[in-house]
Design a protein around this ligand. Structure first.
Ligand code: 13P
Ligand code: SF4
Length: 366
């Protein structure tokens, strides 16, 4: 175990190589016991995920805090919107910590509150806003979730998006879907909508780059956001696998583009992907279109399957997830051990109220 001169200073931790902190992390976890709950998203690296009490997808993890009332501190090894969701759903005595505050999600950042309010005002001015129910993907800021809650909408995840859309169409004739155009389009297609019934709203263009006439005909308005990791998968990757590995099963996350999803065998959330692999016959060949750390972990944990990334030449890593390091985790735990809470995530009360409304509506439609 390295001797740390000033344990609470992050710089002291960052100069140590990943595994040199293993002993200290193990000791700290044992000492802090059930007071600390460590949550690890499936995209976290192995050096971090090995210390998590639970690993899971974004929604599963955000619910864990409420299931563990003895935990005073929830250390969320994931990205900012996930820690915010945990803060919204936590018990009053709990505090949520994000080990590196720079661990954001580029997709969530693509829908800023001022842009969404501006879009809504433009829809109001065009006399169509009251025909829309706003639905946001979990991968959005708490403020956007609150906007949806306050305007009669809800939150969805990659696994319950179809149910959320069905609920939305029971409320209003049209859906404004934020911030991932791909999940929105894939969900609409799954429910039988035509591609021409879904129109992209580009917040950087006047009236979203569309017209009131086009919006009047549309069923879904898709916010122009995407995941930089999943958007890199291309239909050509699927074609190459099909040509080179007959019998391969192509399994992708619904944040991939519609062109990729249309050529795949299976599509679903990170948890869905894991369940497919677990249930498959040994020797099944898989090309998986999702973040590389999860794909590599599956390849290690299921050696009886043949598992490879859909894009064998690229490196589909979520760089913001990667910011959470064992060094950051050790720094957080050492501080907690000394009674200091660093990097707390606190959603403002007003935002929390409406975001919770949107999350509770989601729970009711599952
Ligand atoms: P899941 O909800 O499937 O965990 O996905 C989260 C995410 O960020 C995917 O890019
Ligand atoms: Fe955001 Fe994409 Fe990273 Fe998921 S994989 S956290 S959507 S940037």
């Amino acid at each position: 175990m390295p001797a740390l001169a000033a344990p609470c200073d992050l710089d002291n931790y960052l100069r140590y190589p990943d595994h040199s902190l293993d002993e200290r992390l193990t000791e700290l976890r044992a000492r802090l016991g059930k007071r600390v709950l460590i949550l690890g998203h499936h995209y976290q690296r192995d050096e971090v995920i090995r210390y998590s009490d639970y690993r899971g997808d974004s929604f599963q993890l955000s619910k864990r805090s409420a299931e563990h009332p003895d935990a005073d501190f929830i250390v969320f090894c994931g990205v900012h919107f996930m820690a915010e969701s945990a803060d919204i759903l936590r018990a009053p005595h709990q505090q949520v910590i994000l080990p590196d505050l720079n661990a954001g999600c580029s997709m969530a950042d693509m829908a800023e509150m001022v842009q969404v309010e501006d879009a809504w005002e433009q829809l109001q001015a065009a006399g169509v806003a009251d025909q829309f129910v706003p639905i946001t993907y979990m991968n959005s800021t708490a403020a956007i979730k609150a906007f949806c809650g306050e305007n009669g909408g809800l939150v969805c995840t990659s696994s319950n998006a179809p149910a959320a859309f069905q609920w939305g169409f029971q409320q209003k004739p049209k859906i404004l879907f934020l911030p991932d155009q791909h999940l929105g389009r894939n969900t609409g297609v799954r429910l039988g909508l035509g591609l021409d019934e879904m129109v992209v709203w580009d917040p950087r263009k006047p009236f979203g780059g569309t017209t009131p006439e086009v919006v009047a005909r549309a069923r879904v308005l898709l916010w122009k956001g995407h995941c930089s990791v999943h958007q890199r998968f291309l239909p050509e990757h699927v074609d190459r696998w099909r040509a080179e590995a007959p019998g391969v099963r192509v399994l992708v996350h619904p944040e991939c583009s519609h062109d990729v999803v249309a050529k795949s065998d299976l599509v679903g959330s990170t948890d869905f992907i894991i369940r497919q692999i677990r249930a498959a016959e040994p020797g099944t060949k898989w090309a998986i279109g999702t973040e590389l750390h999860l794909v590599n972990r599956l390849a290690k944990e299921f050696p009886e399957q043949e598992i490879a990334p859909l894009d064998n030449n690229g490196c589909p890593v979520c760089t913001t997830m990667f910011r959470i390091s064992p060094q950051h985790l050790c720094w957080v735990l050492d501080n907690l051990d000394q009674g200091v809470v660093v990097n707390r995530i606190q959603v403002k009360e007003k935002v929390k109220h409406w975001a919770r409304v949107a999350l509770d509506r989601m729970l009711a439609v599952q």
